[in-house]
Every structure is written in structure tokens, then in C-alpha cells.
Design a protein around this ligand. Structure first.
Ligand SMILES: [Mg+2]
Length: 208
């Protein structure tokens, strides 16, 4: 029985090309500052490395992991992107999403499981006007670990006092959000964005 639904945040509860763009720009700025190079150079370094890592691992590696390879600490990177942009300037409330989450909340506890940092995740949930619907918001800051590390999923389940088999993980990146969860014995549900969450409501209703 599903007791907890763990939602990825970016690309799952909202999609925003603007936020994606700002996030990438913030990464270029962070690397340019650390390496004392021009922003265009930083951009090439990051995107070339991401392309190589993607070819090697078969999935798009998070910006955070790319920056770590260049010696930018996760803390420095988070501070840089928090200062660089505020997602509340680009994301607006989603009443439909709120309705669907309220449906799901009637039968399970809801939580966020995101590689994003605590500040940006909080701003995004506030912009979507769904911040009151989650029992817990697990970010990089919670355990200083990130997806696809299976420990992140395991620690979140433990913090919510449920077994992995009682968790359903919802996310938009199969390799990062879902495979590690499935390997731990969690249920998984792949979405391409917030609109697909209505299908999840219907699917869960049919097994109720
Ligand atoms: Mg995502």
C-alpha cells in the first residue's frame, strides 16, 4: 500500500524554459567566478563536459555534478544560483496542480525529493502556491546527497517512517529520479510535466 508519494520538483511539478535558462546561466557565472575565466568560456566548458558525461552515463548529468568536477563546491554553487535568480519571477500559481495534489493528499502523505537547494525549492513551491501541501521537503540540504544516489531515497523514506515498498516516486527523469527508487523497491511513476499528474490521480483511484 502506498503511504507516501515523493515528488521530484523541477520538470515534474512545473516546467519552465525561463527557469531552465536562468539555472544554466547561473552555472556559467559560478564557474566563471571560480576559475576567473569569461562567461562564454565557462559555458563551453560546462556544456562540453555535460555532453561527454551524457554520452558516458546515458543521461543528462545535473549541473551540480558537472560543477563539482570543476572544483566548485555544492555550497558555492547553491549560493550563486540563489543570488542569480528568483524562480518566483518566472513561475505562477497552478490551480489545477493544487487540486490534483489535494486529491492525492486525501490518501497519502506527500513530500518533495529534489536535488535543488532549500531556498530555491521553497521559492518554487511558494510560486506554485502548493507549499502547504507537503509534509516534508527533502532537498540537497537535507542529507547532503542527491539523486541518483539511492541513499537520498532511502533516507527520505526512513525520515517519513515508511518502508521503501510503501513509497511511490514521481519524476520526469527516468535514470535520475526513478531507476534508483525502483532498485530500492519503491513504486515509480514517470511524468513529462505537471499535466501528467492528473493521470496519476486516475491511476491511483482505480487501485483504491
Ligand atoms: Mg526533474
Amino acid at each position: 500500500m502506498i503511504k507516501v508519494i515523493l515528488f521530484d520538483l523541477d520538470g515534474t511539478l512545473y516546467s519552465s524554459a525561463d527557469v531552465q535558462k536562468k539555472f544554466a546561466e547561473a552555472a556559467y557565472h559560478a564557474l566563471a567566478k571560480t576559475k576567473k575565466i569569461r562567461i562564454a568560456q565557462a559555458q563551453s566548458l560546462i556544456e562540453e563536459t555535460r555532453a561527454q558525461l551524457k554520452a558516458k552515463h546515458g543521461f543528462a548529468v545535473p549541473y551540480t555534478l558537472t560543477l563539482v568536477r570543476f572544483g566548485v563546491s555544492v555550497e558555492e554553487w547553491h549560493k550563486a544560483n540563489i543570488d542569480y535568480f528568483d524562480p518566483r519571477d518566472y513561475i505562477s500559481a497552478n490551480g489545477e496542480l493544487r487540486k490534483m495534489l489535494l486529491h492525492l493528499k486525501k490518501r497519502c502523505r506527500l513530500a518533495i525529493l529534489t536535488n535543488n537547494n532549500e531556498v530555491q525549492a521553497g521559492r518554487i513551491l511558494q510560486a506554485l502556491r502548493v507549499e502547504d501541501l507537503f509534509d516534508r521537503v527533502f532537498t540537497y540540504n537535507s542529507f547532503r546527497t542527491m539523486k541518483p544516489n539511492p541513499q537520498f531515497f532511502g533516507k527520505a523514506a526512513k525520515a517519513m517512517a515508511v518502508a521503501p515498498g510503501e513509497c511511490l516516486v514521481v519524476g520526469d527523469r527516468y535514470s535520475v529520479d526513478l531507476i534508483p527508487a525502483q532498485n530500492l523497491g519503491m513504486q515509480i511513476y514517470e511524468v513529462r510535466g505537471p499535466d501528467d499528474i492528473s493521470k496519476l490521480v486516475t491511476a491511483l483511484r482505480s487501485v483504491a
